[in-house]
Structure formats: C-alpha cells, structure tokens
Ligand binder design. Sequence first.
Ligand code: FHN
Length: 479
Amino acid sequence: MKNHPQITQIILFGLRNLWIGSKGQCRMKVLLLFALLLGCSASVGAQQSFVETKAQRDQRMRWWREARFGMFIHWGLYAVPAGEYNGKRSERIGEWIMEWANIPRAEYEKFAGQFNPIKFDAKEWVRIAKEAGMKYIVITSKHHDGFAIYNSKVSNYDIDDATPYRRDPIKELAAEAKKQGLKFCFYYSILDWHYPAAYVDAPGKDPSAGNRTTKLKPGGKAEYLKYMKEQLRELITTYEPGVLWFDGEWQEWWTEADGKELYRYVRSLKPDIIINNRVGRGRQGMQGMSKTDQEYAGDFGTPEQQIPANGLPGVDWESCMTMNTTWGFKFYDDKWKSPEVIIRNLIDIASKGGNYLLNVGPTAEGLIPAPSVERLAAVGKWMKVNGASIYGTTASPFPKQLEFGRATSKAGRVYLHIFDWPADGNLRVPAWGKTVTKAYLLANPKKSLQFIEGNDGMTVQLPSQAVDPIATVVVVETK
Ligand code: FHN
C-alpha cells in the first residue's frame, strides 16, 4: 500500500525536536512514542484505499488508452469437448459446457487427461495478434471451470499436474508477447466451479456441475479468498501482466467491498497494473458500467458483445466481443463476423473513446481456428494503412454521429472514416468549431483534397472511388 511521505516527515520532525530538548527518562518515552507512531502510520498506509492523482492515473492508463485494440483468448479444458458432450450440442457458449451439459466435476476433470496442445506455438499466436494490429493480449488464466492453464503452485488442477502436456504455455506466451512488443494480460474468474468449498444449489443441477451462481460451504469464502489471492500473487509475480481482467463477479457471496479489497491487494502487488470493473460489482450487466452515486472498484468499464450507443462518457471502457458466437472453442460454430463488421466495430468503438477486445478460442491442440486467423489478417491489412486513425486517438469531436461514417481525433486533426462513399464525390461534414487548414486521404497524405468551408460545416471533394470499401479515412488538419 502507498505510505504518505508527508505524514511521516511531520512525525519525524516533531520527534526530532522532542529528542533534542529531552534527557534520560524523557528520551526513553520519545523512543516509545516514535515506535508507536511509526506503527500507526504504517497501518494507516495499509488501510488507505489506493489514492493516486489524476496525473498518476493518466500515466498508468496511457499505454492502454493508446492501444485501442487487443486480443482476448479463451483457452481451457472446454476446448476438448468443443461444444459437444454425450452427443449433446448447444447454442450456448462453449466454455460453459460444464453448466449447460450439467457435467459433474469428476467427469469434467477427465478432460484434463485429454488436453495436450502439441500444436501450440506462442510465436505464431503473437504474430497473428501483432499483424492484426493488436497491442495487447488478455488470456484466461483460470475460467469458471477452475482449471489453471498455467503452472500453479497452489493447485493440482493445472496444466502442469493434470495434463499430459506438462509445459507452461503461458510462460512461453508471456515471453513471446514481450519480445514482439505486445502487453501480456490475464483474465481471472472469481466464479470457480471446481473449488472444493463451492457447490451448486439449483433444481435439476448436479451439486458439483457448473452453474451461473454457486454457494460456498461454511468458512468457504475466507478459504477461497486466500486461495484466490495466492493464485493472483503467483500470476502477477511470475508473468507480470499489464491488466488483470476479472470476471464471474456476479456471485451473491461476492460484494463490492470484496472487490475494493481485492483491487487494493492486486495493486499492492503491482502498482502500475490496470484492473477492470468486474473485480467488484460495478459492471451493471452486459452494458459495462454506469456511474451511479457509488464509486465502483476498477479502472475501466466492460460492455460485452455490444457497443454503448454513446460510449461511456467520462470513464475508460473496453468492449469485448467474440468473432463467432462463442468465447471457448466449439467445432460447429460457424457464425463468423465478416472483416467489414469487425473493422467497423473497431472504428465505431474508437470513435466513442473505447477499446476493442476481440476474442479467439483456440482448439485443444493449440491452434487458433483458421476463420479467426483469416479475419485477423484482413483487419491487419486495413490497420497497416489506417492504424494512425485508431491508435492514440480520442472520441469523435462531433456532437452527433456522422451520417457517412465515424470520426476519431488527435491534437490538431480529425480522422473521418467513410463507410458510405458520396455518389457525387462531395463529403459534407458538419461544423465542429475548428478551422480546417488541410485535408487528405490517410492512404495518400501527399495529395491534398479540395474543400470549401461554410458556417454549417465543410464539403470535401473526394476521388470518384473509395480507397477501401470497408472504410476510407480522410484526415482533416485544423488550426
Ligand atoms: O461467463 C463469462 C463468459 O464465459 C465469458 O468469459 C465472458 C467474456 O467477457 N464473460 C462472462 C460473461 O459475462
């Protein structure tokens, strides 16, 4: 926890004067007072919630805000059944198979013996993310099924003890991400269907299967909290993640106070770490985060499978989405988003000031599914030309959403993302209180575009054809 140097200095200065002006017995009392006060200031420090100035917070969030685009990876034992159990399939998400197929713990554990990702290649995974234009990777260290896909010293239900694979793919992935310049981050589920003290109390459900909510046996919460903290400590000290992405917080036994305490604990282990709002109860369902009268723990909001219509003004936020309809691998899920939808989602999110965390669900062999790889390559092709209109940008400066597309901004310029190319070649842009000095295609900055300014905005004369039918970017520089 952060101490407060000014408090300590005041105490020391006062004691110094007392010491100089005292003799014999008095000096013993001064020493005793010194010891008492020192202990008190330390304990005050330990109890402080994490206090940081706006400048300190902005510094901590800087890389994350500039990144704008990350890879989510859901990888675990659920990739073995891959959406089918005893011939039963479901439209439900693959990583929840222990719940929707009502698989008892002892049965589900058998998947560990079949999890042997011999085709896993950290270098290839990071290359795919990097070439897509992604700047960080968030991987499930432990999902709701409780299986640790890293080498956990506090659990035998992990890749090292329970599978034939025995290597630590997370160590390889963390090292490769660092080598290729991507931030490495962890997802961690508070909900744990495998923890001994946890059980399911729901009609028709096996008590040891998965469920949206679990109960904890008497004394189980304190025991589980200790276990969770031990796992978080080893995750943070061994792999040094940039973000701790919590999930599964909606349990009735998990409170906002628990979330605040866990936030402080994680920050005490790595003060520059960034933590999402699912550490506590601030998520407000799938919409992400709505500030109410209470300050919730967490550094950013987490809308899921959706883009808030007006962003989440005044807070940092990240929209997480699947590329098909499942987070964990399902071999028959072929409902893939097109590259156009993915690219326009990325632009839409950035135009509202958010980050896009796009998911891949690798197979039990350790491969990222080919349809995901193809889409990410298409996104990377667009980002290669237009990344400057996403990275390090802030939200659109326009009061209303543009009819032809979206906008992002940086100091002294606005990036206009044109989805619908004007048939007459004249791009009509509403006024936004700035005087334009120059306009050009981001793809061809040397060739200025003609424009006319008026009271209600400007008209830019565009070439007859769009550079990119998904989104062509026009840069408008301002005074
Ligand atoms: O239940 C999880 C789900 O499996 C998945 O991990 C998503 C990703 O954000 N989070 C939870 C649902 O909100």
